[in-house]
Design a protein around this ligand. Structure first.
Ligand SMILES: Nc1ncnc2c1ncn2[C@@H]1O[C@H](COP(=O)(O)OP(=O)(O)OP(=O)(O)O)[C@@H](O)[C@H]1O
Ligand SMILES: O=C(O)C1=C[C@@H](O)[C@@H](O)[C@H](O)C1
Ligand SMILES: [Mg+2]
Length: 174
């Protein structure tokens, strides 16, 4: 038997992918990876620096590459960067994987991201407006790639892990 498809965690910045992903992996007793960490390790520079030095298209190309590798070889939970699912190649590669969409509303999301410069997409003149339009524009994309959607507002990371584990078990019975 081949390796089971890894569980993918997607969602906008501040939805908690890097927080919930490791907790879910721990609960399931499997390894965890985060595509943003893989990118930083490969480039040897922080994400904001890659955006500034090489531009967003170069970042997106690297992102698609590290995710393709992780999907092929990783046996566990993979959190992907907030914009990763916009790439058509990644959308195709996600088919057959359980994909969890961590949804977050504007108010909770703004509070969580704190609109720091570590997130280059939100480092412009009006980060709140940018964040609002990013949530709106991406919502249908997250929903299209996801097999499970979990609301994260007013839930602790532990409660979110419980909800995902329940949904995954249900999904596994279909
Ligand atoms: N359910 C939650 N309730 C309250 N705070 C949370 C929750 N989930 C995450 N956080 C906090 O929100 C912040 C952002 O979370 P995290 O870094 O996991 O988001 P992310 O989805 O990985 O974002 P990015 O796309 O920028 O990598 C962190 O400070 C984290 O502790
Ligand atoms: O939402 C996005 O487009 C991004 C989210 C982060 O996870 C990083 O991948 C990067 O800052 C871009
Ligand atoms: Mg993250």
């Amino acid at each position: 038997m081949g390796k089971p498809p890894c569980i993918v965690i997607a969602g906008p910045p501040g939805s908690g992918k890097s927080t919930v992903g490791p907790l879910l992996a721990k609960r399931l007793g499997v390894p965890f990876r985060d595509s943003d960490d893989d990118i930083v390790a490969r480039a040897g520079r922080p994400i904001a620096e890659i955006f500034a030095d090489d531009g967003e298209p170069a970042f997106r190309a690297l992102e698609e590459e590290v995710i393709a590798e992780a999907l092929a070889e990783h046996d566990g939970v993979l959190s992907v960067g907030g914009g990763a699912v916009l790439a058509e190649g990644t959308q195709k590669r996600l088919v057959g994987h359980p994909v969890v969409f961590l949804n977050v509303g504007f108010a909770a999301g703004v509070q969580r991201v704190g609109l720091s410069t570590a997130r280059p997409l939100l480092a412009g003149v009006n980060p709140r407006a940018t964040y609002r339009s990013l949530l709106e524009a991406r919502l249908p994309v997250y929903r299209a790639v996801a097999t499970i959607e979990v609301a994260t507002d007013d839930r602790t990371p532990a409660e979110i892990v419980d909800a995902i584990a329940r949904e995954l078990a249900l999904e596994g019975t279909q």
